[in-house]
Design a protein. Structure first.
Length: 233
């Protein structure tokens, strides 16, 4: 499969795997992805901030959004390219202050300086033009608004464990994921999306160039999964 982050391709792919997306996320992480989201929101809650308006970007099926509701927002917008994922999101978070919006991250349909918080869980590596997306996120955040990203970054390690993890993720996960989802390519794309992404430190550098300052970097698993917290300059 040719690696492609075109938004139409990515949207259709997530439509195709929407019904199996949650279970595969949990299998791949040993159900730790749920804990990582809870821990990130617990940290945000510990800060001296209110979060009246929250943007859950690349919201998918809503696992991060469910945690964001613990911050007691007046409104939360769940934004995603995939209608299939947003339909699951709507069923999972069926409350009046969670609004589903189909949009890509490069042209968000929101006014400047609106959101107190933007969260992205396991989605930012799929953004076609990452620098433009970060600039757009910065635009819709209030001054000193926060961005939290949980993601699988390109591994920087060269040890035996890192090589074994890459083999597992390149050869075994695609077979399991494609079988469960019924897709011929989605979980091959998943490996490629990580392998072609930035390291966590390169991502932080890009975010800082686009108007953010790093607050906290937390390693969740090996040198692959991190939670990264920023504040808008």
């Amino acid at each position: 499969m040719k690696y492609d982050k075109n938004r139409k391709f990515v949207g259709k792919m997530f439509d195709d795997i929407s019904l199996s997306y949650d279970i595969m996320n949990h299998i791949m992480s040993g159900f730790q992805d749920l804990r990582w989201r809870k821990k990130a929101v617990k940290y945000l809650a510990s800060l001296d901030n209110s979060y009246s308006n929250i943007l859950d970007l690349a919201a998918g099926s809503g696992d991060f959004g469910k945690e964001f509701l613990k911050l007691d927002p007046e409104k939360m917008y769940s934004v995603d390219l995939s209608i299939g994922m947003l339909e699951i999101n709507s069923g999972k978070i069926s409350c009046k202050n969670n609004l589903q919006v189909k949009s890509d991250a490069e042209s968000l349909p929101f006014r400047d300086n609106y959101f107190d918080l933007c969260g992205i869980g396991f989605g930012i590596r799929n953004f076609e033009h990452l620098d433009k997306c970060l600039i757009e996120i910065n635009r819709v955040l209030i001054k000193s608004g926060r961005l939290v990203v949980i993601e699988m970054f390109k591994p920087s390690g060269k040890g035996i464990f890192d090589k074994s993890f890459k083999l597992y993720f390149e050869k075994i996960i695609p077979k399991i994921g494609n079988t469960i989802s019924g897709s011929d390519y989605a979980y091959d794309y998943l490996f490629q999306s990580v392998d072609n992404f930035l390291s966590v430190d390169d991502f932080i550098s890009m975010a800082e160039r686009t108007g953010f300052k790093l607050e906290k970097k937390e390693r969740n698993f090996s040198k692959v999964v991190y939670s990264v917290f920023f504040q808008k300059n």
